[in-house]
Design a protein around this ligand. Structure first.
Ligand code: ADP
Ligand code: MG
Length: 259
């Protein structure tokens, strides 16, 4: 199958500090790829670079053959690439349902919303139906009319996944989706994300929880000081010398599994 995302030779430095160097990999449609690596290895910067939140110094990005590099985040999102952030912020005075509706309005644009008429009403009905469906899929039905800012950390993460899905992405990138999430909710998240991939949505997941990675991902990309040092199935991580070297000196489940 031809790749959905192609990342080639991506480099980024901040004030002379090389944070990403020669990063190249591909993701196929419906594939679930984990991105792991020690703190500061460049995982979030890689997500920011692919989604247009930081400009590349070098390299190319394509999604379904369409070049993405140099485009603003909203244009990249319009091509079918959505993301969540490590610490999702929710607006004050909006309910969970309203936050989902607003996520779609951004995509369809303010000017179109002024046109009115039957086409506009149909679009609104589709948006509301999509938001209602996501409330069920993401187990947020019970908090539909609660203030989004008052949700638990884990529920905010689920809602940010919902916002990303309102745009019907082909690729969804998640930055540490389980951090601060209750174990029950974490298991629900595994099921939900697997169901998305089964529908053909590719997932790229930055995550520290190796059990979560092991349950979900077909393949892992390991970053160390801005370079990809290994690419293998989660089960092979603990016996990969480059991976062990990357985590040396830190307390990490990969090292525990290898000992
Ligand atoms: P990770 O997500 O793997 O923990 P990050 O991608 O957040 O790592 O950060 C990698 C390195 O880049 C760190 O040294 C961090 O301080 C630096 N960095 C990230 N973003 C910026 C920025 N906007 N300005 C300067 N340095 C940054
Ligand atoms: Mg990070």
């Amino acid at each position: 199958m031809s790749p959905l995302l192609e990342v080639a030779g991506v480099a980024k430095a901040f004030a002379g500090n090389a944070v990403l160097q020669g990063v190249s990999f591909t993701i196929a449609p419906g594939e679930i790829v984990g991105v792991i690596g020690p703190n500061g290895s460049g995982k979030s910067t890689l997500l920011n670079a692919i989604s247009g939140f930081v400009a590349l110094d070098a390299g190319t990005l394509t999604l379904g053959g369409q070049p993405l590099h140099g485009l603003a985040p909203d244009k990249i999102n319009g091509h079918g690439l959505a993301r969540t952030f490590q610490l999702p912020a929710m607006p004050e005075r909006m309910t969970v349902f309203e936050v989902l509706l607003a996520a779609d309005n951004r995509r369809h644009g303010f000017w179109r919303s002024l046109l009115g008429g039957p086409a506009q009403r149909e679009q609104e009905a589709r948006t509301r139906a999509a938001a209602e469906q996501l409330l069920d899929e993401l187990l947020l039905r019970a908090v539909r009319d609660n203030a989004a800012a008052a949700l638990s950390g884990g529920q905010k993460k689920l809602l940010s996944v919902g916002c990303a899905l309102m745009g019907k992405p082909r690729l969804l990138m998640l930055d540490e989706p389980t951090a601060g999430v209750h174990p029950n909710l974490r298991n629900d998240m595994v099921r939900t994300l697997k169901a998305l991939a089964a529908r053909g949505i590719a997932l790229m997941i930055v995550e520290h929880d190796m059990h979560f990675i092991g349950e979900l991902c077909q393949r892992c990309i390991v970053l160390d000081r801005g370079r990809i040092v290994a690419e293998c199935a989660p089960a092979q991580l603990a016996e990969n010398p480059q991976v062990l070297q990357a985590y040396l000196g830190s307390e990490h489940p990969i090292l525990e599994a290898a000992l």
